[in-house]
Design a protein around this ligand. Structure first.
Ligand code: PLP
Length: 271
């Protein structure tokens, strides 16, 4: 029998279009050579253009799913996606309380691509202190932190207990490049991060590293899920945070470059 790869537990919603949510997580985690276990936070009615409806899973049932699978297949890392209500947020908090030391990547999904609100800052805030890394885009960083300026927002999220903050830059800034910034207590002496897949490290000091990537045309359904899951899987494989973040970005960029357009809306990353 093949030796078991690390297990990554994904806590996320179901997107029937297969672009975002749990399917994005499973495909990404598998592509990193890890095994995905899952607990579904919500069902959705959605296509590649818009989320039409969200049906949260009853929080007690969600927790039962997660606890059952976690007892049998202990996770080496955990990825949190769409948190559809306060009760599911509290259930996640309870689950994580019993799993100290397991790295957690929190993707704060606040809005659908079409603009519809999907979660709330107040539900996510208590989970920040559980997160090894939180991966907001610029808009999510501002909303979560209540700060306009990006480094101030990141500092506020670190002060709220997040171990690191990766602010992604694809959503708002203009220009030929996307700049992603990792904030946290970083090792100044550590060797340069791998800069594969066309990414280049832009700047680093003891509390921030920036990478820049060629901006791709079009918009993508599930890019944030892909990035957060890839980083969670790299952490499960034992990589230090900075390396996991660099490799997670490279994987995501490649999946976006190879994206497919099976529907009428956003492109879907090919993972
Ligand atoms: N998770 C679910 C279940 C979703 O439906 C969505 C988007 O609509 C997301 C996550 C976030 O997707 P993205 O990675 O494109 O931000």
């Amino acid at each position: 029998m093949k030796s078991a790869p690390p297990v990554v537990l994904a806590l996320a919603g179901h997107d029937p279009s297969g672009g975002a949510g749990i399917q994005a997580d499973i495909e990404t985690i598998h592509a990193q050579g890890c095994h995905a276990t899952t607990a579904i936070t919500c069902l959705t009615v959605q296509d590649s253009s818009e989320v039409w409806r969200v049906q949260p899973v009853e929080a007690g049932f969600f927790l039962e799913q997660a606890r059952c699978v976690t007892r049998d297949l202990p996770p080496a890392s955990i990825k949190i996606g769409l948190v559809p209500d306060e009760a599911v947020a509290a259930a996640i908090d309870e689950l994580l309380e019993a799993l100290p030391g397991v790295p957690v990547v929190l993707d704060p999904v606040l809005h659908a691509g079409g603009g519809r609100p999907l979660s709330a800052v107040a539900w996510l805030h208590p989970l920040l202190a559980r997160a090894t890394l939180v991966t907001p885009n610029r808009r999510e960083a501002r909303l979560l932190a209540g700060e306009e300026e990006m480094s101030e927002a990141a500092r506020a999220l670190l002060a709220a207990g997040a171990g690191g903050v990766l602010v992604t830059g694809a959503d708002e800034a203009e220009g030929a490049e996307v700049v992603n910034s990792l904030f946290g207590r970083l090792e100044p002496q550590s060797p340069p991060s791998p800069a594969c897949g066309g990414g280049r490290m832009l700047e680093r000091d003891h509390e921030m590293i920036q990478w820049r990537w060629p901006r791709l045309p079009g918009s993508y359904h599930g890019s944030g899920c892909t990035l957060a899951s890839a980083i969670a899987a790299r952490l499960a494989l034992g990589e230090p945070l900075e390396e996991a973040v660099a490799r997670g970005q490279a994987f995501t960029q490649a999946a976006l470059e190879a994206a497919i357009g099976p529907g009428k809306g956003q492109h879907i990353p090919w993972r």
